[in-house]
Design a protein around this ligand. Structure first.
Ligand SMILES: Nc1ncnc2c1ncn2[C@@H]1O[C@H](COP(=O)(O)OP(=O)(O)OP(=O)(O)O)[C@@H](O)[C@H]1O
Ligand SMILES: [Mg+2]
Length: 383
């Protein structure tokens, strides 16, 4: 038996190997093109709707050495290389130790990614962007934003994400607030058992500089916990919002003042984004007598009447239909930040007490309300 027979069929020779790599990328949703004969610098071009990447295919009996890697790196820096967003260097047997330390020393923003081709995927050497990546699904973006601190933006972001995950949707959270309460609370992600699959689902939290649709290609929904200071939120993300929840409270002496805050909130959002549906939602809702509640509701709905007349995508949610009740569970959820500041909490206030859980019911109801208001099965259509 010759030595090469020990190789899997796809690395029998250079040609098989190049075809194999083309197949892996194409299966992952990339368009693959072969470079012209004798094209210096690369062998394949792979594209998706965002990136154009030069791929260097190296069929070698041994490991890749430093000059081979540096040659590709020089190509990417050259005029011809500059038209590519990234360069992928893919080989058969691996990389020498000096090359590995070189790759690992590259910063996260590197243009070159190196990997070893396996039977059905590529084993990338870190730092990686987990490629070849499946084409990300079109995502629906939610912003949770009010020009006011402490109204429940972070609490609502995390738990609304949880309510969608309970419905088997994949959700990513982005923490836009420089305070980073969300990242501190759920740094390693929130895990929720998912009944259907039995394996559960976790929600990951990203900082804006880490966010790229390709880091979570499977997420259908992206929920952004905004900073109350509008200008501290990246405008390119605000522009992406399809929906925005504007939390407020039903504070008897403050309703009219809150009306003004919400007017400013809507104005700020509309400067950048005219497409998003905006929903005002009452948080910290306290049930009182029917009479008192009616007065509060009326004043609240009146406070937003003018905006509703001017903006047909502005919706003020009647708290009797959907609101987040005041609850000890939500109040104590945040205490973890003070008790164990260095440890991620990884839990939502969704635990049942005596068979019920107000936050769980309220957030599922809110998710349902939004979905119905915007016309049915829209989130599931993205599955
Ligand atoms: N429905 C609720 N019931 C009880 N406590 C709540 C409720 N919603 C929020 N809280 C508590 O109110 C406080 C403020 O909430 P949260 O941090 O979510 O607001 P925020 O708008 O994100 O604030 P910031 O503007 O500082 O980012 C937290 O301590 C939270 O636990
Ligand atoms: Mg917050």
């Amino acid at each position: 038996m010759t030595k090469s027979c020990l190789n899997p069929p796809y690395i029998q020779d250079y040609q098989h190997f190049e075809q194999h790599i083309a197949k892996i990328f194409s299966k992952a949703g990339w368009k693959v093109e072969t470079a012209k004969n004798n094209q210096p610098g690369y062998d394949l071009i792979v594209r998706n709707d965002r990136y154009t990447v030069a791929v260097q295919v190296k069929w070698l009996k041994g490991k890749v050495s430093t000059p081979q890697i540096l040659k590709f790196s020089d190509f990417l820096d050259s005029e011809a290389g500059k038209k590519f967003d990234y360069g992928f260097f893919i080989t058969t047997k691996g990389f020498s130790n000096p090359v590995l330390s070189l790759i690992k020393s590259w910063a996260k923003g590197t243009k070159m990614y190196c990997g070893i081709a396996l039977e059905s995927n590529i084993n990338w050497i870190k730092p990686v962007i987990d490629s070849p990546k499946p084409k990300p699904k079109n995502k629906i973006y939610f912003g949770i934003f009010t020009c006011k601190g402490g109204v429940g933006k972070t609490t609502i972001s995390a738990h609304l994400a949880g309510a969608f995950v309970l419905q088997e949707l994949n959700v990513a959270l982005i923490d836009l607030d420089p305070e980073q309460n969300l990242s501190k609370l759920v740094g390693d992600g929130v895990y929720l058992p998912n009944k259907k699959s039995g394996i559960g689902n976790s929600i990951e939290v990203f900082k804006p500089e880490e966010w790229d649709e390709y880091v979570v290609p499977d997420a259908q929904l992206v929920i952004c916990d905004c900073s109350p200071a509008f200008d501290r939120n990246p405008p390119e993300l605000i522009a992406k919002f399809d929906y925005c929840l504007i939390p407020t409270t039903l504070n008897p002496l403050g309703i009219n003042k809150h009306g003004k805050v919400i007017e400013d909130t809507v104005k700020s959002i509309r400067k950048i984004n005219q497409k998003a549906h905006l929903f005002v939602v009452v948080n910290n809702y306290k049930k009182t007598s029917k009479n008192k509640l009616n007065i509060l509701r009326k004043t609240y709905l009146n406070a937003y009447y003018d905006i509703e007349q001017q903006d047909d995508k502005f919706h003020c949610i009647d708290p009797e239909q959907a609101a987040i009740r005041a609850s000890d569970q939500l109040y104590y959820w945040g205490i973890h930040l003070l008790e164990n500041p260095d440890e991620s909490h990884g839990e939502l206030a969704f635990n049942l007490i005596g068979g019920r859980c107000h936050p769980r019911e309220d957030f599922i109801n809110l998710a349902d309300y939004i979905e119905t208001a915007i016309g049915g099965d829209i989130f599931r259509a993205y599955k």
